[in-house]
Write a protein that binds this ligand. Structure first.
Ligand SMILES: Cc1ncc(C[n+]2csc(CCOP(=O)(O)OP(=O)(O)O)c2C)c(N)n1
Ligand SMILES: [Mg+2]
Length: 665
């Protein structure tokens, strides 16, 4: 409950505004306008509603706050500082400086209290949907008598830019469909973006749009604390719909000459206008000024937040006492406890099938003992083999299942998966065709930047299918490999697929992408001495030669078995061909150099990289004498066997080309 008088409230709002203005002035860069226009609303939310403990930012029962308009980062940093998080005034002074915990846009992991990395507009909106879904799934799974976990709200601030981005339409649609009543967004309806007023590009009826998407929609003046309080209260009351509170606001609020203009969006006000703005507010012209009564009031509020936490924890403990089995299950789920025999289970008994089929099998071999795993696909569940058997579906108002139908919404699916991962109770996976990884790439990139435990399941990973070039990835494996922190697997058979899942569950410290075939593959025959964990080295020898090889065939996924057959032909003609399976380029690159050299030498031995795609990422391993045997054009629509012949991906053609290459090398 807010206890501040209207005068004190205004003073605190000014404090938030001018901390933001001053930090941007100091950095000579940043976005003052949105924090100025949002200070009153954000204060109402943080002071009066948001449940948190600044001393323990990862307290599981806290409300989440997502600043989707990440450019308004100084708003968040000011709030974090004022509400007792470990963000000092010096941190604010170091806004946007190298190594500071106040980077230009909020970055998860850099700053206590930052719940997600935002800045690419729209992502935070969809992250919040994922967090709210995770909250509902937690509540459904562990019991909902009000004291157990998952009872919190997810609040967010979203901007014009957020709502223009398509991802907000996708995520908003799913949130409304599912009825995520624990999701409350404040929309900064300042009608300004960078290029000017929104009437040049964005004149749709946003309230009607969200109403049509089954949201509760309310409209308030963003400077009206009482109105905001009532609206947030009504939003909390509506447990069956997400809520959008459309707040009419003024960008650069209080600036005598620039308020309401895009000039305040992304540049310092400048010394003169800052001074004029402070003068108009009756504010001293001391940078980073925090009045004593503001500090005193906020210390009280922080103490009250801590007391609120203690009270909530006590209720939670009472719940644990009443529900020991559920409490135990919840605790072990949060710890991500895995079965001890995970690797054994995933290493053995694989037959001949497509790796997408193996992937579904791997998922289901562990799902019962990895209850934190939840996920689904963007309307391709049967193609992606992404279903967990006997686990039920997430549906409107019914969150007990583990299978999520994301609908045909790849971009939102990626960001919602990230939100589920950020919530911390579940580990998500999300599937589609590899070619559509482009539709979710911005979210994959953020999963990687934030090192989130998300698993992206991409099937139909090459040209081998009738759908034609629109559906046939050529550049996608390379493109995924180019994202830092993302581990990409392209397994060659069931064992490799199982070990890729095992690595994703047991070892990964960030997101994992699995690139899986549509077409069936034979199980590889491996040399004696092979151990399943060799897959985790990223590459290992599948076919060894007697004596030093004349050529090394470095193949991935479906091309490994082709390379093995080609190697047999070459050997029968006296050319010693080693075959290496490259399950994951990233893991291979991390091996010590000597171990890498023992598998793929750079001593002049000819290396031919074999991958049904552009193979740009393999260039560095083939050296000046080798070659990439890939596909340098878009695919074509035809039966798989015809495509294999056309693009040279048959053992005979590969052997012929390698022989030809060796004769010149
Ligand atoms: C995906 C994406 N595209 C473009 C940008 C660059 N950008 C930053 S803020 C912004 C729009 C600003 O309008 P709004 O979201 O209404 O914020 P306000 O100016 O009201 O603070 C743009 C285009 C971005 N951050 N993310
Ligand atoms: Mg705006």
């Amino acid at each position: 409950m807010t206890t501040a008088s209207p005068e004190l409230r205004e003073k605190i709002a000014h404090t938030i505004r001018f901390l933001s203005v001053d930090a941007v002035e100091q950095a000579k860069s940043g976005h003052p306008g949105a924090p100025m226009g949002l200070a009153t609303a954000a204060l109402e939310l943080w002071d009066g509603h948001l449940r948190f403990d600044p001393g323990d930012p990862s307290w599981a029962l806290r409300d989440r706050f997502v600043l989707s308009a990440g450019h308004a980062s100084m708003l968040l940093y000011s709030l974090l500082h004022l509400f007792g998080y470990d963000v000092s005034l010096d941190d604010l002074r170091r806004f946007r400086q190298l190594g500071a915990r106040t980077p230009g846009h909020p970055e998860y992991g850099d700053t206590p209290g930052v719940e997600t990395t935002t800045g690419p507009l729209g992502q935070g909106f969809a992250n919040g949907v994922g967090m709210a879904l995770a909250g509902q799934m937690t509540r459904a799974r562990f019991g909902g008598d009000g004291d157990g976990p998952g009872q919190h709200f997810v609040y967010g601030i979203v901007s014009d830019g957020d709502l223009m981005e398509g991802i907000s339409a996708e995520a908003g649609s799913l949130a409304g469909h599912l009825g995520l009543g624990n999701l409350i967004y404040l929309y900064d309806d300042n009608r300004i973006t960078i290029d000017g007023a929104t009437d040049i590009t964005f004149t749709e009826d946003v309230a009607a749009r969200f109403g049509a998407q089954r949201w509760q929609v309310q409209q308030v003046d963003g400077e009206d604390s009482d109105g905001l309080r009532a609206a947030i209260g009504a939003a909390r009351e509506d447990t069956e719909r997400p809520s959008l509170i459309v707040m009419r606001t003024t960008i650069g609020y209080g600036s005598p000459n620039l308020a309401g203009t895009s000039k305040t969006h992304g540049a310092p006000l400048g010394p003169e206008e800052s001074a004029a703005t402070k003068a108009a507010a009756g504010w001293p012209d001391t940078p980073f000024h925090i009045p004593d009564d503001v500090s005193a009031y906020l210390s009280e509020r922080v103490a009250a937040k801590r007391a609120g936490r203690a009270e909530r924890d006590a209720r939670f403990e009472a719940w644990q006492g009443r529900e020991p089995a559920r409490a135990e299950a919840y605790a072990s789920q949060c710890e991500r406890a895995l079965p001890a025999d995970l690797v054994d289970r995933l290493a053995a008994d694989w037959g001949k099938a497509a790796t997408r089929v193996h992937s579904g099998e791997a998922l289901n071999r562990v799902a019962a003992d990895a209850p934190f795993l939840v996920g689904g696909s963007a309307d391709l569940a049967a193609s992606n083999n992404s279903r967990i058997g006997n686990a039920g579906d997430v549906a409107t108002g019914d969150f007990a299942g583990r299978n999520i139908h994301f609908g045909v919404r790849e971009h939102a699916m990626g960001a919602i998966a990230n939100g589920i991962a950020l919530d911390g109770t579940f580990a998500p996976y999300a599937g589609t065709f590899l070619v559509f990884s482009d539709y979710m790439r911005p979210s994959i990139r953020l999963a990687a930047l934030s090192e989130l435990p998300a698993i992206f399941v991409f099937t139909h990973d090459s040209v081998f299918g009738e759908d034609g070039p629109t559906h046939q990835p050529i550049e996608h494996v390379d493109a995924l490999r180019s994202i830092p922190n993302l581990t990409v697997f392209r397994p060659a058979d069931g064992l490799e697929t199982g070990m890729a899942w095992a690595w994703a569950l047991e070892r990964a410290e960030g997101p994992v992408a699995l690139c899986l075939t549509r077409q069936g593959l034979p199980p590889l025959e491996r040399p004696s001495g092979f151990a399943p964990r060799d897959v985790w080295r990223g590459a290992y020898t599948v076919v060894e030669t007697d004596g030093a090889p004349d050529v090394v065939l470095l193949a991935s996924g479906s091309e490994v078995s082709i390379a093995c057959e080609a190697a047999a032909k070459l050997s029968s003609e006296g050319t010693r061909a080693r075959v290496v399976s490259l399950a994951s380029l990233e893991l291979f690159a991390e091996l010590p150099k000597a171990e890498r050299e023992a598998i793929v030498p750079s001593d002049g031995t000819v290396v031919v990289a074999v991958e049904a795609g552009r193979g740009e990422s393999l260039q560095r391993y083939v050296g000046p004498r080798g070659m990439v045997y890939g596909i340098q054009r878009f695919g074509a629509s035809a039966p798989a066997a015809d495509l294999a012949a056309k693009f040279g991906f048959t053992p005979d053609q590969l052997a012929t080309q390698v022989r030809e290459h060796l004769s010149h090398a």
